[in-house]
Design a protein around this ligand. Structure first.
Ligand SMILES: [Mn+2]
Length: 432
């Protein structure tokens, strides 16, 4: 089954023709400014072009809250329609060449067809995501009181088997990683033993780990609360690190920016995990209060920059060990998910390029001399630089749109699919 680009190449070309002159002019002005700081804009543009972040399949549908879900126009009804939306995001933004699937939400009978459709769109598959936080119609055991850490062996076995099935599906799609997040935890003190539930989790995860192929990675995602409100089994990077260490070299920690207490120094967690070889990857989003799953960079872009500052520093220190997986993990309740995902990928890419601007030799010198003001100023100089012209140029050279959201609106894609896809009130939510 052949797929084709959802947005016409002519429309993108027309859009770029209209914006090229202003874009080129901004690019050359920024190039001069950066050259004065000893930075080569061409190298930065190449780096921007090589950067990518995966799209979660569930992100293209409208999310919801604990209170309600308000369906959007033309929401994708199945994984094939989700792939079409992901293709739009990649076609215009050129920073999201892979899709992360969620099982069972994206389960299909014919994996060959799924692979062919993705290939037709020029898309690949990123990490597989398992789901043991809700019950499916066809399952025997309930996850109401936990999954991999459940007190009953039969429930744990079912959860292990599900994760192994995710790996099996992923292998047929050339995925190379499994992300495990469990909703396991408690609402009441005394409900479970912290120690015994963690022991059971580790035992179950060892069975999952045994099924992880040698060229695969196993990402463990921690989350401080929700759906459990008193304790969770993998509540923070400490428990995550312990679990990943206990399991072995294929296991590492996944940092979802929304899964921490407010004001936690996430960039420092990034540095610690990388230093000890357990930084697996990220779920990018933004938040004000909890696991808000808002668009990346919409609330605290400085935090996102500081995270990438640590990542760029980590790569400089040990390039051979640097291979984190990047994915967006957001819930879009009041925006068009395609526009949010295009914009969010741009914001993550922006933070990366800004972090590349940091004068690291100077920073290290200021740190050693305890010149606090200049050390902080070195970071702020990079953060305060508007790198938009670099991002626009990288997109344009890769065949994308100079302003992808404007081009998307011009294309009328949402209204077109709205006619083919009736509104649905159900469909999997989006808050993992
Ligand atoms: Mn996540």
């Amino acid at each position: 089954m052949a797929s084709q680009a959802p947005i016409s190449a002519e429309l993108i070309a027309e859009h770029n023709d209209a914006h090229r002159s202003a874009s080129d002019s901004d690019y050359s002005a920024l190039g001069e400014q950066l050259a004065r700081r000893g930075l080569d804009i061409e190298k930065l543009t190449t780096a921007a072009r090589n950067f990518s972040v995966a799209i979660p399949s569930w992100g293209v549908g409208t999310g919801g809250t604990r209170f309600a879900r308000f369906p959007g126009v033309g929401e994708p009804r199945n994984i094939f329609e989700k792939l079409a939306d992901c293709a739009v995001i990649q076609q215009l933004g050129r920073a999201t060449p892979t899709v992360s699937l969620h099982i069972p939400w994206d389960k299909v009978d014919d994996l060959g067809e799924l692979r062919d459709v993705a290939t037709g769109y020029g898309l690949g598959f990123d990490a597989m995501n398992s789901n043991t936080f809700q019950d499916q119609d066809d399952q025997n055991q309930s996850y109401k009181f936990g999954s991999l850490s459940h007190s009953e062996a039969a429930v744990r076995e079912q959860a292990v088997a599900h994760n192994l099935e995710c790996i099996e599906i992923g292998q047929k799609l050339s995925s190379k990683a499994l992300t495990v997040w469990v909703g396991d935890g408690t609402n009441f003190p005394g409900q479970q033993s912290f120690t015994r539930s963690f022991e059971r989790y580790l035992d179950a995860m060892k069975a999952v780990y045994a099924g992880v192929p040698d060229d695969w990675k196993l990402f463990i995602e921690h989350k401080i609360f929700e759906p459990a409100f008193y304790s969770t089994v993998i509540q923070d990077w400490g428990s995550n690190y312990l679990a990943a260490t206990e399991l072995g070299p294929k296991a590492s920690c996944l940092v979802d920016l929304g899964h921490h207490a407010p004001n936690v120094n996430i960039e420092m967690i990034v540095a610690r995990l990388f230093q000890f070889g357990k930084l697996g990857g990220f779920h990018f989003n933004d938040s004000k209060y909890g696991d808000d799953d808002l668009d990346s960079g919409s609330i605290n872009p400085y935090q996102l920059f500081l995270v990438f500052n640590e990542l760029v520093e980590a790569e400089r220190r040990a390039p051979e060990k640097f291979d984190p997986a990047y994915m967006l993990d957001q819930s879009h309740n009041v925006t068009d998910p395609i526009e949010s995902l295009i914009s969010s990928a741009v914001e993550v890419q922006r933070a990366y390029v800004q972090a590349l601007l940091v004068d690291r030799a100077a920073l290290e010198g200021y740190q050693d001399e305890n010149d606090v003001m200049m050390a902080n100023r070195t970071l702020k100089t990079a953060y305060n630089t508007d790198v938009s012209p670099i991002l626009a140029m990288a997109r344009q050279r890769a065949g994308g749109a100079i302003d992808p959201v404007i081009a998307y609106r011009k294309a009328g894609y949402r209204n077109a699919v709205g006619k083919q896809r009736p509104a649905s009130r159900s469909s999997g939510g989006g808050i993992v």
